[in-house]
Design a protein around this ligand. Structure first.
Ligand code: PLP
Ligand code: ZN
Length: 390
């Protein structure tokens, strides 16, 4: 197996950078860098049939992932999570083809495992051993876990009101944890300062080019698990947006590989009405999102007032003919409990938000009941016991 990684490209000004050294954002315009691959040659080496015989985790797409030497992979078995039909909920909504991809069964119980497995493995390839991250909760647990697994050191900055499970997880794993009076963007400033002072590698969402490569494997899996025919609509609970832009990147790569056609799902982003910068920017038709003031929501993964990849998220929503909806926290709780009762799935509130989002989109006619609809559940409810009072 060999990776077909060739270079990094700025998603905004298109400047090309070498993959020889660890980079973070574009040195010209400070926007997000994407890894690029020699897909023409990858195509000659891998086929869906060949991939299908490999171990069911995200590293089955190795040729389209950025690690050069497979020995550098730090894995806990992340990825290849199931796509389950949810017919009991589907019947209530009169949706005949409703599915959920359950990312809650990943290591560290959220899809953050994918991004951090990729980023920590790639950093290992560069000889980096000390990391720092600002997190709304789940990214911290994942960084802590992959660092421990790789014998590396992690420093974590999180809001002090992050769910208790996230806090205990990182302290038991043994990270250096700083709880702050503020939100993830405030944590980001402290993390960056510490990185500069102590020469740590900061793996903030999309300010490091390889986390998105882990997250894009959700897109590869959706295609593979649905027999190389993408759903009509995908509903995704959006914070920093790595997942949605990662899937969008994956679909382009898959088309270039010749494994899917040019038809794309409508991509929908769901946010909490207590922190909905992307929804606001989508509705106001702006290229970037303004920072959200006083961000507040029980869905801690959505409590991201500033997303560096805002223009990428908005582009995916717009060019797919999708959309963006904000939902109330109260409804997030109700829907999270509803799917637990109907399907036996105790999902995270971020996942619950997609159900309310779906209901709104059906009402507005942006999604129709006969479509093939895929919800993304991004984590387990078990990490959020503090918000369930009964
Ligand atoms: C981080 C997180 C999100 C948001 O993911 P992005 O890809 O950064 O938008 C959603 N749900 C959960 C559970 C998360 O941990
Ligand atoms: Zn640039």
């Amino acid at each position: 197996m060999r990776s077909f990684l060739t270079h990094l490209e700025c998603t905004y000004c298109k400047t090309i950078f070498s993959i020889e050294k660890p980079l973070r954002t574009c040195s010209k315009c400070s926007k997000v860098l994407y890894p690029r691959y020699d897909i023409e040659n990858a195509k000659k080496e891998i086929t869906p049939a060949k991939i299908s015989t490999r171990t069911p985790n995200m590293w089955r797409y190795f040729e389209m992932l950025p690690i050069i030497n497979p020995d550098n992979i730090i894995t806990l078995g992340e990825g290849f999570t199931p796509i389950l039909p949810i017919n009991n909920l589907g019947r209530q909504l009169e949706c005949s083809n409703l599915f959920i991809k359950d990312e809650g069964i990943n290591p560290t119980s959220s899809f953050k495992a994918r991004g951090l497995s990729a980023a920590v493995s790639k950093a290992k390839e560069f000889g980096i051993t000390k990391f720092t991250i600002p997190s709304a909760g789940n990214a911290a647990g994942a960084l802590a876990a992959y660092c421990a697994r790789g014998g590396m050191k992690s420093n974590i900055f999180m809001p002090k009101d992050t769910p208790i499970a996230n806090i205990k997880e990182v302290s038991i794993i043994g990270s250096d944890l700083t709880l702050i009076d503020g939100l993830i963007n405030d944590a980001g400033k402290l993390s960056q300062e510490k990185a500069e002072k102590e020469n740590l590698f900061d793996v903030s969402t999309l300010k490091e080019p390889y986390r998105v490569e882990g997250k894009k494997t959700m897109g590869y899996e959706i295609a593979e698990q649905m027999n190389w025919k993408l759903p009509d609509s995908i509903i995704y609970p959006t914070g920093g947006g790595t997942g949605i832009v990662g899937m969008w990147k994956a679909f382009d790569e898959l088309e270039q590989l010749g494994w899917i056609d040019s038809k794309r799902p409508k991509m929908f982003c769901v946010q909490s009405s207590g922190c909905a910068p992307i929804v606001k920017a989508f509705l106001e038709k702006t290229e970037f999102a303004e920072p959200w003031k006083n961000a507040k929501t029980i869905a801690s993964g959505l409590r991201v007032p500033v997303a560096i990849g805002d223009y990428l998220i908005l582009d995916a929503l717009r060019s797919s003919n999708g959309g963006a909806v904000a939902v109330e926290d109260e409804d997030i709780l109700l829907e999270t409990k509803l799917i637990a009762k109907l399907e036996g799935m105790f999902i995270c509130p971020e996942g619950g938000a997609t159900i309310k989002g779906l209901k709104i989109l059906l009402d507005k006619g942006q999604i129709s009941t006969d479509e093939n609809i895929l919800l993304l559940n991004t984590g387990t409810g078990l990490k959020y016991l503090d918000i369930f009072k009964d």
